[in-house]
Design a protein around this ligand. Structure first.
Ligand SMILES: Cc1cc2nc3c(=O)[nH]c(=O)nc-3n(C[C@H](O)[C@H](O)[C@H](O)COP(=O)(O)O)c2cc1C
Length: 318
């Protein structure tokens, strides 16, 4: 296969700026990052939602990070694009994949896939004015995987910088399997550079999926890399684990915790985000459920710190 490009999918509540920066310090293989989605971009200039570490170029690499927005309002998308451009970013991404009913019922995220005319009006207005690259992340539909058929000709009218397809439907949430065959069937009809996302959890699943969707060579990794942060390195090197995995994983988890703690001024609130990560990371260990039982109910920092030490001492990683 040609050169492979890998990105880290956005996860609201997990892959924020501290996560992305710590991840980059400890692991290789990821070429591109996305912010979890922004919403509520109200004012023309200096919106408060676009201040702070999550978007500030002092903490982010504008060359490799694409800010994402969840919106159906062309004016809001244009405000977002303009402010991101002023900060030095080269591209924004529109979220048309979020499956949660609270979002989808408002015709946002994957709910928007049911309204081709609305998509067309929105893109018409956005592309009439936007001066920065614009990409879309979407699913196959909300209720059924044929809904995207009415949307693709609309996407094809505009110079999307990329189209990331996660081949599930909104109703599935994150359950069931990604429909690689359906993705493959859509490929010839899509003009934009295509990115595949869904169920890449190992070198084996990457090889199987990437063979099936050739010549696509851009892939977004999701839960698979949260569970196994070595995954992008392993895919790029086409190898099994490195020898110092336990130590590297341990250092990563400690570094992320310390970084989050520093940002939160020592507040136990950081445990929420660390637990969320552990709900995936537990799968790096031989006994995921034992790991999860040690972590899931903790409320105090000291308990968490002790539990992490115990996990790395007692439970081997895969
Ligand atoms: C808790 C959670 C939060 C997520 N937040 C976002 C988000 O903000 N933006 C987005 O485009 N996708 C989001 N996703 C979707 C993931 O980026 C990814 O597309 C999805 O997990 C499918 O890939 P996978 O099967 O490899 O995990 C989220 C997923 C989960 C489970």
């Amino acid at each position: 296969m040609n050169q492979v490009f890998l990105s880290l999918g956005p996860f609201q509540g997990i892959t924020d700026a501290p996560f992305r920066n710590v991840f980059k310090r400890h692991f290789g293989g990821i070429d591109k990052f996305y912010t979890p989605f922004f919403t509520g971009i109200h004012k023309e200039e200096h919106d408060k939602n676009l201040q702070g570490e999550e978007i500030d170029p002092r903490y982010n690499d504008v060359e490799t990070l694409t800010p994402q927005i969840l919106s159906t309002d062309a004016e809001e998308i244009l405000r977002f694009a303009k402010q991101c451009q002023q900060l030095g970013y080269k591209e924004i991404n529109l979220n048309m994949g979020c499956p949660f009913p609270r979002v989808a019922n408002k015709k946002r995220g994957s709910g928007l896939l049911l309204y081709p005319e609305k998509v067309e009006d929105m893109l018409d207005r956005v592309f009439g004015e936007i001066d920065i690259k614009f990409s879309v992340k979407c699913r196959l539909g909300y209720f059924n995987p044929e809904e995207i058929d009415a949307i693709i000709p609309i996407f094809n009218k505009y110079p999307l910088s990329e189209l990331i397809i996660h081949p599930r439907i909104g109703k599935q949430l994150y359950k069931g399997e990604a429909d690689v065959e359906r993705f493959k069937a859509l490929m010839p009809s899509i003009k934009a550079p295509l990115v595949y996302n869904g169920d890449i959890v190992s070198v084996e699943s990457f090889n199987r999926i990437s063979n099936a969707v050739q010549p696509v060579n851009q892939f977004m990794l999701g839960r698979g890399i949260l569970a196994n942060p070595f995954l992008a390195e392993q895919i790029k090197n086409n190898t099994a684990p490195t020898h110092d995995k336990t130590e590297r994983l341990h250092n990563y988890v400690l570094d992320l915790y310390e970084d989050r703690l520093r940002h939160a001024g020592g507040s136990p609130k950081v445990l929420g985000r660390m637990k969320e990560l552990w709900s995936y990371l537990m799968n790096s260990f031989e006994e995921p459920q034992v790991v999860w039982r040690k972590i899931k109910k903790l409320n105090a920092l000291k308990e968490y710190e002790d539990a992490v030490e115990a996990i790395f001492k007692e439970i081997p990683i895969k």
